[in-house]
Design a protein around this ligand. Structure first.
Ligand code: COA
Ligand code: AMP
Length: 633
């Protein structure tokens, strides 16, 4: 069947089509129907079915006689460790970890925070939660203690699972002090913490609170998979919004399992037994969907890579991993390729490796710039498939469905909407615009299975953030256009979210941190173009009257504050001091105009601007920093 045929079958009978896809998973009790719309515009899928995500990802493969297949390959280039776990070994480890959690009274519906580096135990922890029906919330290791604390307070976990350290090139990230710092800040206290001691660095355990991971699991009786309802939350994943309070994206179990299973065959085109590698981190949505659940649900081997595209040890490391583990489909962010391209512009290192196993490269997380796509295409000589999705959706809104058929690639576009997504581009009034016209990208409700049904304990925030601007639609927060062939072109965010090295961050959250500096009267943070990371944040601060401290001291302190409160991952390094910020007469800071100046784009100051001369001061400060980029070459 072609993509067009599949899409029209979905359009003709969306619910029937999804019920058909649901047959690819094991149910303890099949759902009576697909869509549950009694709380519209909040929708649920397969709500009255019973299933277990861990069963589908692990046990059913063992049951089917594939216990000896490799489930996880852990490749850690800094420590030189490569380990492999079969599905049978994974089942045993997950069942015992789940048993140990159950023995400490973790049960269906309890939350468990997982704060871990890229080790197989991170996946085991997620799957052990799924086995019990506990709801995991994984927090990315590059976040600082206050971010972890905010997530602990919102999710209120019974337990926290962590490791002694993570391995970044050139340094160990000690997780224990971060955990201690977070728990000192958090109002909610978990009953206990489990700490995986790694050879690279052990942590001092806190008596009465911390338990060593090995000791925890060693005598535990294996736990069976607990049936959960289709609308039982599988996990909460926090993501940046416009404020410092992250949004807890909820994922319901059945939609998650059904949709991911569909994508493995139809988007990624991989068969059970093949090796799938997403070079991301378990702390991001890509890690949830395509390091952990997706590949395992489909019976694939997943690669857990604890390295970077460059420097571990060199820019050939991705190609080495593809060769060594015979990767069939590879997924990364454009920023990672830009890092490699900067060190190996001709792509010569790829020639040192046998990449014959690789059938396609998938890109997501930020706009895939044509330069990077063309470089990757020339270097790897396989289709390079840009696809567009968000933490909220959990899987691709638009993609080139290689598993069905490879549609003509249009460099700069993530191709076409996947079945389940009715993508529309709307004007300010919410009316669909003609092809080729820029507007807000929205998705007609209901969103498909596997996407967010709501935010954790925050239905109202969910409605306000996503459903209120365009009634009947989900607002993606991205701007773009559809072309005559129905291809989607995603251009920019319409809110304060920026994408730094494929990591989603909130400039509003950074402003909240800087505004706390005792000498800062007001501030603005914008995202500016960066040749490596896509975007980086720049802070503009105005000091309190009478402050005579050296500007360098204050800007250094602002940088430190963002690093300590949000985390190194914010890559916040650029701060300038201005006398005033450009504003409208009503006092609104003109962030969009500032961004246009930084990007060297044409702009007309809004008619309501208070004092246009301030824009010259902004431009001068940005020139000092080397912006716009093309002015410095
Ligand atoms: N734990 C702790 N710290 C982390 C971390 C983690 N899991 N991940 C990143 N950090 C830290 C880094 O050590 C760095 O700290 P530093 O300021 O002390 O150097 C900081 O956060 C910024 O890290 P990063 O964004 O990785 O930038 P970089 O300059 O070290 O590397 C790239 C640049 C492009 C190589 C890197 O960003 C990269 O590999 N990006 C791909 C991202 C990706 O796959 N995203 C997933 C979306 S699909
Ligand atoms: P995240 O929730 O971290 O996955 O970030 C989602 C955001 O990243 C989207 O809303 C887009 O702004 C951006 N994004 C992700 N993939 C793409 C893509 N293929 N093209 C353009 N932007 C993308």
């Amino acid at each position: 069947m072609t993509y067009a045929e599949i899409r029209s079958r979905w359009q003709a009978d969306p619910e029937g089509w999804w019920m058909e896809q649901a047959q690819a998973v094991d149910w303890m009790q099949p759902p009576s129907r697909a869509l549950f719309d009694d709380r519209a515009p909040l929708y649920e899928w397969f709500a009255d079915g019973q299933l277990n995500a861990c069963w589908n990802a692990v046990d059913r493969h063992v049951e089917a006689g594939h216990g000896n297949r490799i489930a996880i390959i852990h490749d850690s280039p800094v420590t030189g460790i490569v380990t492999r776990l079969t599905f049978a070994e994974l089942q045993d480890r997950v069942a015992r970890l789940a048993g140990a959690l159950r023995d400490r009274s973790v049960t269906k519906g309890d939350r468990v925070v997982i704060y871990m580096p890229m080790v197989p135990e991170a996946l085991e922890a997620m799957l052990a939660c799924a086995r019990l029906g506990a709801i995991h919330s994984v927090v990315f290791g590059g976040f600082a203690a206050p971010e972890l604390a905010a997530r602990i307070d919102d999710a209120q976990p019974k337990a926290i699972l962590t490791a002694s350290c993570g391995i970044e090139p050139g340094r160990l990230v000690q997780y224990k002090p971060l955990l201690d710092g977070a728990l000192a800040l958090a109002r909610h206290k978990p009953d206990f913490c489990v700490i995986l001691q790694r050879d690279a660095g052990h942590a001092e355990l806190t008596a009465g609170r911390d338990i060593d991971w090995q000791t925890f699991c060693v005598d535990a009786a294996p736990a069976d998979c607990v049936p959960v309802a289709g609308n039982h939350p599988a996990y909460i994943l926090y993501t940046s919004g416009t404020t410092g309070q992250p949004k807890g994206v909820v994922r319901h179990t059945a939609g998650h399992v059904v949709a991911l299973q569909w994508t493995m065959r139809n988007i990624y085109g991989v068969a059970p037994g093949e090796v799938f590698w997403a070079a991301s981190d378990v702390g991001w949505v890509v890690g949830h969907s395509y390091i952990c659940y997706g590949p395992l649900l489909n019976g694939n081997t997943t690669v857990v890579f604890e390295g970077k595209p460059v420097g571990t040890p060199d820019a050939g490391t991705f190609w080495r991993v593809i060769q060594d583990h015979k990767v069939a489909a590879f997924f990364t962010a454009p920023t990672a390729l830009r890092a490699i391209k900067r060190e190996d512009p001709q792509g010569l290192l790829a020639q040192d490796y046998d990449l014959s196993s690789l059938r396609a490269l998938y890109l997501a997380g930020e706009r895939a710039d044509p330069d990077t796509v063309n470089w990757a295409q020339n270097t790897l000589k396989v289709p390079v498939i840009d696809h567009w999705w968000q933490t909220e959706t959990g899987w691709a809104i638009a993609a080139n469905p290689l598993g069905i058929e490879l549609l003509p690639v249009k460099v700069g576009s993530p191709s076409v909407p996947m079945p389940g997504y009715d993508v529309q581009v709307l004007d300010e009034e919410g009316r669909p615009v003609p092809p080729g016209t820029l507007g807000a990208i929205a998705i007609r409700l209901p969103l498909p299975p596997g996407t967010l049904p709501t935010l954790w304990n925050a239905d109202d925030r969910f409605r306000k953030s996503y459903l209120s601007r365009f009634p009947g639609y989900y607002e993606t927060g991205d701007a773009g256009w559809l072309d005559e062939d129905g291809y989607v072109h995603v251009m920019a965010r319409t809110d304060d979210v920026i994408n730094v090295a494929g990591h989603r961050l909130s400039t509003g959250a950074m402003e909240e941190v800087i505004a706390d500096h005792p000498d800062v009267g007001e501030c603005a943070v914008i995202g500016v173009a960066d040749t490596l990371k896509g975007q980086v944040p720049v802070g503009f601060v105005c000091l309190n009257k009478g402050c005579s401290r050296p500007h360098e001291e204050i800007t250094r302190e602002c940088v430190e504050m963002v690093r300590n409160r949000i985390g190194p991952v914010a890559a916040f390094r650029l701060v300038v001091v201005l006398d005033r910020l450009p504003k409208t007469r009503s006092g609104k800071i003109l962030r969009a105009t500032m961004t246009r100046i930084a990007d060297g784009e044409q702009f007309r100051p809004p008619a309501t601007i208070d004092d246009p001369a301030i824009l010259d001061e902004v431009a001068a400060a940005l020139r000092e920093l080397g912006y716009p980029l093309r002015a410095t070459g």
